[in-house]
Design a protein around this ligand. Structure first.
Ligand code: F6R
Length: 608
């Protein structure tokens, strides 16, 4: 989704803005632009396409002198991705300029009203409404104009704003779209996400909903919607700039795949103390945990897939019924919730619009909520009653890998915690689970050793038309994620099927040479899935299998096998997903795809 940066300080703004926008590229975009306030007023340059175009047009920002400005990468929602619709957007006399992330839901109504008052629009965007509305309300006081538009505008927004009458001041405001403020030496910054400011500072303020920030070179002041000053405390970001850089890898995705052993260990180790699961941030007493009769796990995309796995884990270990929902469905389906329900929202970014709406729906019904979130200080982390952080560090590649893996770990820990409190596992069993959990980081490392074998195999499938994934139980959940990883970055059509469903229609898709990837990590289901492999193979499919070490039997029915180390049946997803991530990565790489920034996708889906 769109990325916003802003700077006011003692240095040239444009190179800082471009640099910040490069750090936000991962969010996905189709055009970019910057506005810089220099001696001749506010100058805007914008262009469709990659940031490189804007970079070249402005000679790395040199052509735009001035020490304050705002910048934007646009992911088109209203109006085609072209130069005109790219941000920033001016008011008529070019005295107010705006960048925006989010959607102004009542923009048509506002546009009509403004047109009736003589305002003319040159773009198809909802954002231009904000520039003209600010103009309409502006009487010399930026704060008052901003506060007034906040009362009029419906929807979500993070805005960066410059006023020609107020040199040396950058304004920012947000509602339901992320925006942070960085306090740096010699200047201050705004951005949609932390990586954009890390080069200059680790001291960051999270702007809350309906708060306004006013930045000058040396000061940062926050206000509420009534223009009353607010006190806020900065957060020190623990990770440094190298965490948000490629460090010699060709793509962030591969780097992040390789960071998984560490990310898993960071998420796991602090929560195991003296042989027990201790989740310090969990503000639920043992009694409260015992009272829970039903859990809803709600998320989108890959995070949803971890939820599908966790249903088996929670139900198996803690004996609590679990429903798993896509957030975009949950929010509109009137779920039956009561005081004995726990709603768990899983989100890497903590800003996904549907997941946030699902969280708010649950809260509005007085239901206890818990977020499993990677981005510290994000909306879901702040609004959920409880939050468990996944310590994956910054995830830049659009296709998630290490955040997915750490979500699984957080969910295993939570399921075991429930099991511990509710007495559904014995001390001896708990010891075994913990021993096996602790082995996962090394076992992931070991599984990564299959890299070359998988790359070679992947190269045979660069021209594939369809690739299917099959499995049962947790293996079906793993298949769903394996299939998504492949299709989202390689653009090869792929689907995952519960293996038992093949006969009910989908087996007709199998043709001579179709690749079917079978996942077999659940011992009690081996034979069943192997029968399905025989069925597709006898119809011409080529079968790749991912299974546990020791299940040599599978070689009789598979053409290519990847073995993963033995672990507890509930934790196999953490290992089996590794070869599937590598497979998707190498197919996409071989096809020459932009692995980190797949077409049409955004890292943080902040609009519905
Ligand atoms: C796929 C992927 C997405 C996200 C989904 C939810 O690789 O990354 O499917 O999992 O958009 O995002 P978060 O976890 O930020 O809520």
């Amino acid at each position: 989704m769109c990325g916003i940066v802003g700077y006011v300080g003692e240095n040239q703004a444009a190179p800082i803005l471009l640099d910040g926008l490069y750090k936000l590229e991962y969010r996905g975009y189709d055009s970019a632009g910057i506005a810089v306030y220099g001696e001749d007023g506010i100058k805007v340059v914008k262009a469709r396409g990659r940031l490189k175009v804007l970079d070249e047009m402005t000679h790395g920002g040199e052509m735009l002198p001035g020490t304050m400005g705002i910048g934007h990468t646009r992911w088109a929602t209203h109006g085609a991705p072209n130069d005109t619709n790219a941000h920033p957007h001016f008011n008529k006399d070019e005295s107010i300029v705006v960048v925006h992330n989010g959607i102004i839901e009542n923009y048509l109504k506002l546009k009509k009203k403004l047109e009736s008052k003589g305002y003319e629009f040159c773009s198809d965007t909802d954002t231009e409404v904000v520039a003209h509305l600010l103009d309409y309300y502006y009487d010399g006081n930026p704060l008052t104009a901003i506060s007034k538009i906040m009362h009029r505008v419906e929807g979500s927004y993070a805005l960066g704003i410059l006023f020609k009458d107020h040199p040396g001041e950058v304004y920012a405001v947000r509602k339901d779209s992320p925006l942070i403020v960085g306090r740096a030496k010699g200047g201050n910054l705004i951005a949609s996400d932390v990586p954009a400011v890390l080069k200059y500072t680790r001291s960051v303020y999270f702007i809350d909903n309906e708060e306004i920030a006013k930045l000058t070179r040396d000061t940062i002041t926050f206000y509420n919607i009534d223009e009353e000053p607010l006190q806020k405390t900065p957060t020190e970001i623990a990770w440094d700039i190298t965490a948000a850089e490629k460090g010699g890898y060709e793509y962030f995705m591969l780097k992040e795949i390789y960071e998984q052993p560490k990310a898993i260990a960071d998420t796991l180790n602090p929560r195991i103390k003296d042989g027990r699961i201790v989740i310090e941030e969990l503000k639920m007493s043992d009694d409260e945990m015992r009272q829970i009769r039903k859990i809803f796990i709600v998320a989108c995309g890959s995070a949803y897939h971890t939820g599908v796995t966790s249903k088996y884990v929670f139900e198996g270990l803690a004996r609590i019924p679990v429903e798993v929902d896509l957030a975009s469905e949950f929010r509109y389906r009137s779920p039956i919730l009561d005081e004995q329900t726990l709603v768990i929202i899983i989100s890497q970014s903590g800003e996904t619009a549907d997941s946030l709406a699902a969280l708010r729906l649950a809260k509005s019904q007085g239901v206890r909520t818990l977020g499993i979130v990677n981005v510290v200080g994000s909306s879901i982390a702040r609004e959920a009653d409880n939050v468990i952080y996944t310590w994956a560090g910054p995830e830049i590649a659009v296709a998630t890998t290490k955040a997915y893996s750490t979500q699984l770990i957080a969910e295993y820990l939570l399921a075991l915690k429930f099991a511990q409190v509710r007495g559904t596992v014995t001390d001896e069993e708990m010891e075994g689970y913990i021993r096996e959990l602790k082995m996962i980081p090394d076992q992931v490392e070991l599984t990564l050793g299959n890299k070359e074998k998988i790359q070679k195999f992947a190269n045979r499938y660069l021209a594939a038309k369809d690739i299917f994934f099959i499995g049962r139980g947790i293996d079906y959940a793993i298949s769903m994620e394996g299939s998504l990883k492949l299709k989202e970055i390689s653009y090869i059509h792929s689907d995952a099927y519960a293996a038992g469903e093949l006969k009910h229609g989908t087996i007709s898709l199998i043709e001579e040479g179709t690749l079917v990837t079978a996942v077999l990590t659940q011992e009690e289901l081996y034979k069943k899935t192997m029968s399905n492999m025989v069925e597709v193979r006898s119809r011409g499919a080529f079968v790749m299998a991912v299974t546990n070490t020791g299940n040599q039997e599978v070689e009789k029915t598979a053409d290519f096998v990847i073995y993963i180390p033995q672990t507890n049946k509930y934790f196999t997803n953490s290992l089996a997903i590794i070869p599937l991530q590598l497979f998707g990565y190498y197919v996409a790489l071989g096809r020459g795809c932009d692995v980190d920034k797949p077409r049409n996708l955004a890292k943080s889906v902040t609009v519905e």
